[in-house]
Design a protein around this ligand. Structure first.
Ligand SMILES: Nc1ncnc2c1ncn2[C@@H]1O[C@H](COP(=O)(O)OP(=O)(O)O)[C@@H](O)[C@H]1O
Ligand SMILES: O=C(CO)[C@@H](O)[C@@H](O)COP(=O)(O)O
Length: 555
C-alpha cells in the first residue's frame, strides 16, 4: 500500500507547531515551530489585570508558516499523499465573529481592539462574571455546572462573552456569534466559517460552554438572558450539535490547498483542545492520567462511560462524553500556572538585571537561570522545615476553580536564598498536582498510571522527580517531543479514514515512552508532611483572601 501522510498542528500559548507524520508508521517527516509575533511583544495584554489576548493574524501567520515549514523538505510525492490535517489549540480561547465567521479583529475597525481578538485561556478579566454564572446556575432548576465540576470558571466561554459584551459597545453591536480557536482554524482551512453551519468541537463545547445532551445543547435562552439580557438571541447563533475529533470538518479549501501545495481531497478533522489531543498522542488508555506539563498543566483521564458516567466529579474542569476519544468519558483538570510559576521567579530575578545591565546580560542570565536553579535545588535536602509556597499565582483551576486566589510563600529567614525559594516553588506546583490526584481518587475515579508530556516534562528531570516523590507514583514521560501535535496527527488519520479508531491510530503511530521517574521513599515520606503544611497554608490564604463578592465590588 502507498504511504499516506497526515499533518498535526498544535497551537500552544506562545507558539504553534506542525508535524508531518506517516499515518501508517508514525514516523515524523518534518516539523516546524512558529512563535506568535504580536504575542511575543506583549501586545494587547496586561498581566497586572490578567488580560491576555491573541490576534488572529498571529494564528494565521503561524498556520501557514508551520505547515509550509514542516513540508519544506518533503518530496512532492509526500505532498500528494497528505490525506488529513487536524488542529488542537488552547482553550477556552473564544473570539467574537461577524456573520461570515470573521474574527472582529480581522476587520479594519477592530484591528487594534483587544476585545475583538481571541481571549486566551489564561485571561481572568471575567472573574466577576464567572461568579454570577455560578450563583445563577446553583439556584436554577437545572444546575448547568454539574458536568463541569460544579464551578464555572473565568477561563471559560460564557464568562468571557458576558464580560466582553458588557464592556465593549462596539463588539456588542458587531458580534454575530462566538467561536473557539480550535473551531475557527479548522473551519478556516475548509473555507466554511459560517458560524451557523461549521462543526463545533465536542471537547470545547462540553468542557467550557456548558453543552450537554441532557440540556439539549447549550443552557436555555431563559437562563442566558437571566444571566444578562445582552445574551438574548445568541444561543440560536451558536450551535446545538457538536462533533468528536474522529469526524471530518470538511475538505481543504482551494485557497488553502494552493497556499500549502496540497490537494483539495485533504480531510480537515474536527478540532479539540491541546490537552485532549495530547492525551491521544501520549497513548492514553482507560484510567491513565495524562499530564500536559508546560506553562500550565492540563490533566486528562479517560474512562468508559458505563463505569464513571453516572458520577458527578466535583471541582474538576468537566466530564464530557467523547472529548478525548469517541465512546469514552473524558475528564479534565489542571493548574493555571505550572512552568509559569518558574517563569515568574526568573522574571523577578532578571528584571533588575535588564534595567541595570541591559538586554544582553539579562538574556544570557534568563537562558541559564532555571536550569542553574534546578541543579542547585536538586542538591538541597528535603526537610520538614523547608520553605512552603502556594502555586496559585494565576489563581486555582482545580480542584475547585477560584481564580481570585493568589500565591504565597512562607517560612523565609535570612538564610533563604534563591535555590531554596525555587525548590519551594517546584514543590508547590507538585503539591497542586497532588491535590488534583487526591480529588480524583476521593471522587471514586481510580488512577492506574501517570503519563507526562509537555515542555517541562521533557526539559526538567528535577521537576519530574519532585513530582514523582510528591505524588508517590511513578511517572512515564512520552518520547514524542511534540505529543500534542502527534495526537492531532493521529486524529487526522482517523478523520481521514486511515485508521478506524483512535486506539488503532495510537497503536500504529505511537512512539512509546523514554523516561520513567520512580518515587524515592525517603523524600515521599517527608513530602507527606510538607503537603499537609501546603494544604494548611492554602486554607489560611483562602479563608483570609477577599471573598469573590468583594472582588466583584472592587473590580
Ligand atoms: N528547564 C526547565 N525547567 C523547568 N521549567 C522549564 C524549563 N524550561 C522551560 N520551562 C518552563 O516551560 C514552560 C513552557 O512549556 P512548553 O510546554 O514548552 O510551552 P506551552 O505551555 O506554551 O505549550 C514555561 O513556563 C517555562 O517556565
Ligand atoms: O486549558 C487548556 C485546555 O483545556 C489548555 O489549553 C491550557 O492549559 C493551555 O495549555 P499550555 O500550558 O499552553 O500547554
Amino acid at each position: 500500500m502507498n504511504n499516506q501522510y497526515v499533518i498535526g498542528i498544535d497551537f500552544g500559548t506562545d507558539s504553534v507547531r506542525a508535524l508531518v507524520v506517516n499515518a501508517q508508521t508514525g514516523e515524523t517527516l518534518g516539523t516546524h515551530v512558529h512563535e506568535y509575533a504580536r504575542w511575543k511583544k506583549g501586545l494587547y495584554c496586561n498581566p497586572a489585570t490578567s488580560q491576555f489576548r491573541q490576534h488572529p493574524l498571529d494564528y494565521l501567520e503561524g498556520l501557514e508558516a508551520t505547515i509550509t515549514g514542516a513540508l519544506a523538505n518533503a518530496p512532492d510525492e509526500v505532498r500528494q499523499q497528505v490525506v488529513g490535517i487536524s488542529i488542537d489549540t488552547t482553550g477556552s480561547t473564544p473570539c467574537a465573529v461577524d456573520e461570515t465567521g470573521l474574527p472582529l479583529a480581522l476587520r479594519p475597525d477592530f484591528a487594534e481592539n483587544p476585545n475583538g481578538m481571541f481571549i486566551l485561556w489564561k485571561d481572568h478579566t471575567a472573574n466577576a462574571e464567572a461568579e454570577e454564572i455560578n450563583e445563577l446556575a446553583h439556584h436554577w432548576d437545572t444546575d448547568y455546572t454539574k458536568y463541569v465540576g460544579g464551578i464555572y470558571s473565568s477561563e471559560w466561554f460564557w464568562s468571557k462573552i458576558v464580560r466582553t459584551l458588557r464592556v465593549d459597545e462596539a463588539v456588542r453591536n458587531q458580534a454575530f456569534s462566538w467561536i473557539e480557536h480550535c473551531d475557527w482554524v479548522s473551519a478556516m482551512l475548509t473555507g466554511n466559517t459560517n458560524p451557523l453551519a461549521l462543526r463545533r468541537s465536542r471537547c470545547a463545547a462540553g468542557h467550557k460552554a456548558l453543552w450537554h445532551r441532557e440540556f439539549e445543547g447549550l443552557p436555555s435562552e431563559e437562563f442566558l438572558t437571566k444571566l444578562d439580557p445582552l445574551l438574548g438571541g445568541l444561543r440560536d447563533r451558536l450551535f446545538t450539535d457538536t462533533y468528536t475529533s474522529d469526524q471530518s470538518m470538511g475538505h481543504l479549501s482551494a485557497e488553502w490547498a494552493e497556499k500549502l501545495g496540497l490537494s483539495t481531497d485533504v480531510v480537515v478533522g474536527v478540532g479539540a483542545f491541546d490537552a485532549h489531543m495530547g492525551a491521544i498522542g501520549a497513548e492514553i488508555e482507560p484510567y491513565a492520567f495524562v499530564r500536559i506539563i508546560g506553562t500550565s498543566t492540563c490533566d486528562i483521564l479517560m474512562a468508559p462511560n458505563d463505569e464513571i458516567g453516572h458520577r458527578l466529579i466535583r471541582g474538576i474542569c468537566g466530564q464530557v462524553d467523547g472529548s478525548v476519544a469517541p465512546g469514552m468519558l473524558g475528564l479534565e483538570a489542571g493548574q493555571s500556572a505550572f512552568g509559569d510559576v518558574y517563569a515568574w521567579f526568573a522574571r523577578l530575578i532578571t528584571g533588575p538585571v535588564r534595567d541595570l545591565l541591559g538586554d544582553e546580560a539579562a538574556d544570557t542570565l534568563s537562558r541559564q537561570l532555571i536550569p542553574h536553579l534546578s541543579t542547585q535545588a536538586a542538591t538541597l535536602p528535603v526537610t520538614e522545615n523547608d520553605v512552603i509556597a502556594l502555586d496559585w499565582i494565576n489563581g486555582r483551576r482545580t480542584p475547585d476553580a477560584n481564580h481570585t486566589l493568589k500565591a504565597a510563600i512562607s517560612g523565609l529567614n535570612l538564610g533563604t536564598d534563591s535555590p531554596k525559594i525555587f525548590k519551594a516553588l517546584v514543590e508547590a506546583t507538585a503539591f497542586g498536582s497532588r491535590s488534583i490526584v487526591d480529588r480524583f481518587i476521593q471522587e471514586g475515579v481510580p488512577i492506574k498510571k501517570v503519563i507526562a508530556i509537555g515542555g517541562v516534562a521533557k526539559k526538567s528531570p528535577f521537576v519530574m522527580q519532585t513530582l514523582a516523590d510528591v505524588l508517590n507514583k511513578p511517572i512515564q514521560v512520552a518520547s514524542a517531543d511534540q505529543a500534542c501535535a502527534l495526537g492531532a496527527a493521529m486524529c487526522a488519520a482517523v478523520a481521514a479514514g486511515v485508521h478506524p479508531t483512535m486506539e488503532a491510530a495510537q497503536q500504529a503511530m505511537g512512539s512509546g515512552f523514554d523516561a520513567e521517574y520512580t518515587p524515592r521513599p525517603e523524600q515521599s515520606a517527608i513530602y507527606e508532611i510538607l503537603y499537609q503544611k501546603y494544604l494548611n497554608m492554602g486554607q489560611f490564604v483562602e479563608n483570609n483572601s477577599f471573598s469573590r463578592l468583594n472582588v466583584m465590588s472592587v473590580s
